[in-house]
Design a protein around this ligand. Structure first.
Ligand SMILES: [Zn+2]
Ligand SMILES: [Zn+2]
Length: 57
């Protein structure tokens, strides 16, 4: 059974999350995706920190 990544604020999967989102590191809103720790990160920060999204984990 695949582990579901859940938003740390609303506890919903990425698709259902309605939170106001921004990157947890740089506050950007570009290319945000949920990662395993329940926070959203922008494209650049995910690449820099090697964070995985649900579909790449
Ligand atoms: Zn949420
Ligand atoms: Zn960022």
């Amino acid at each position: 059974m695949e582990k579901q990544f859940l938003c740390g604020v609303c506890n919903q999967p990425e698709k259902q999350c309605k939170c106001i989102k921004y990157c947890a590191l740089c506050q950007s809103d570009y290319g945000l995706r949920l990662t395993e720790d329940g926070q959203f990160y922008c494209n650049d920060c995910r690449e820099a920190c090697d964070y995985k999204t649900q579909d790449t984990a």
